[in-house]
Design a protein around this ligand. Structure first.
Ligand SMILES: Nc1ncnc2c1ncn2[C@@H]1O[C@H](COP(=O)(O)OP(=O)(O)OP(=O)(O)O)[C@@H](O)[C@H]1O
Ligand SMILES: [Mg+2]
Length: 355
């Protein structure tokens, strides 16, 4: 089972106001509400992909009840703990005339450490070997800074594979629990490493450093429209972002995390994981707000995903020697030869032996 943890959920209220004007009365033309928070978004995408997950988190008041009902309506199982107060509502104002997006986010509730501990105990009582726990998003006020490392360690000890998607101090702290997989974007990993990283090879090096420093099995670095890098102990794959019409980039990271969780649960190989993740990210940007894309859209995009293994270029002397050897052999007419080809533009190395 996949458990998504949303400790600081929100009701996302998205309104359209043509020509939004400050210090004036504005008319809302369309309004929609969606249950939000990163873990809940991951659960929504998993559901669309035909998977199952249990959404775990903390809710409060009428807004909390509305979120719980909406999540269950989608067909997602829940294990929310209710506390006093009112879950926050985040207002997103879209102005289709001036093409602006304005967010007005409430501060949200303050929780006690006891509530967190009770919720964690309940989760641990459910976890079975090889379950997946997705820790993602911000923490409510009152949470200790080391919450993700405490939860990560406890879930791992209970047999779960932990996927961590957080930023700043929460990510830094969560790393100390050696999560199974992390999905920083290129800005988040740059912040971790203390320098701006953009190129796939720079990001690969940083990911490998983090992997050995914190014993992390898999690191996926998303790079917005430029795609993503998938780093495992044996392989590094760089996949380009798909060229699709962009409606909203909100929650794209969450859709990739959902694809990664599903892939892990179903034991997909790395290539299929790459295809699903990139297709999911692209399908998500084609949707407005935090709406999850339809599986049909994702399936149509899967064959379009382009990726390559990143393998270091062999030394230049070997490059020249091998090319000339293969040319001579191939034109000599003998029926037994070996042909070795290094392809430098794509950094690929292919070894071909034929008789
Ligand atoms: N403009 C785009 N066009 C095509 N694909 C995109 C675009 N933006 C994002 N994606 C896809 O979605 C993936 C995740 O995007 P991104 O790196 O922006 O995540 P993120 O920064 O973690 O997002 P979030 O705001 O949800 O945390 C990318 O790796 C890419 O495959
Ligand atoms: Mg993100």
């Amino acid at each position: 089972m996949i458990y998504t943890i949303t400790l600081n959920p929100a009701l996302d209220k998205t309104v359209e106001i043509p020509s939004l004007t400050i210090d004036s009365v504005n008319r809302i033309t369309t309004l929609r509400t969606d249950p939000g928070g990163k873990g809940i978004n991951v659960s929504k995408v998993i559901r669309k992909l035909g998977g199952e997950s249990i959404a775990v988190g903390i809710l409060a008041g009428n807004t909390g009840r509305a979120i719980c009902a909406a999540v269950e309506n989608i067909g997602i199982k829940t294990a929310f703990r209710f506390v006093n107060g009112e879950t926050r509502t985040n207002l997103k104002v879209i102005d289709p005339i001036n093409h602006t997006n304005t967010d007005l986010n409430e501060p949200g509730i303050t929780i006690s450490e006891d509530v967190l501990n009770e919720l964690l105990s309940e989760l641990l009582s459910r976890i079975q070997e090889n379950d997946i726990v997705v820790l993602s998003g911000s923490l409510p006020k009152g949470s200790p800074e080391d919450t993700y490392s405490v939860w990560g360690n406890a879930c791992k000890k209970a047999g779960a594979k932990v996927i961590l998607d957080a930023d700043g101090e929460l990510l830094k702290n969560g790393l100390t629990s050696s999560p199974y997989l992390i999905k920083p974007n290129h800005h988040e990993i740059s912040e971790l490493m203390g320098k701006k990283l953009e190129k796939p090879n720079e990001l690969k090096k940083a990911a490998r450093t983090l992997m050995s420093q914190y014993s992390i099995a898999k690191i996926i670095v998303s790079m917005g429209g430029a795609g993503a890098l998938f780093v495992t102990p044996d392989e590094t794959i760089y996949a380009e972002g798909l060229k699709v019409p962009v409606k909203s980039t909100v929650g794209t990271g969450d859709s990739v995390v959902a694809a990664l969780a599903i892939s892990e649960e179903s034991g997909k190989n790395l290539q299929d994981t790459v295809r699903l993740s990139i297709a999911c990210g692209a399908a998500n940007v084609m949707c407005s707000g935090t709406q999850a894309a339809e599986y049909e859209t994702v399936k149509k995009l899967i064959p379009e995903v382009v990726y390559q293994n990143l393998i270091p270029l062999p030394p230049a002397s070997v490059f020249h020697l091998s090319v000339s050897f293969s040319y001579d052999s191939c034109t000599s007419g003998c029926n037994s030869f070996s042909c070795v080809l290094y392809s430098s533009p794509s950094f690929l190395f292919c070894g071909i032996l034929s008789t």
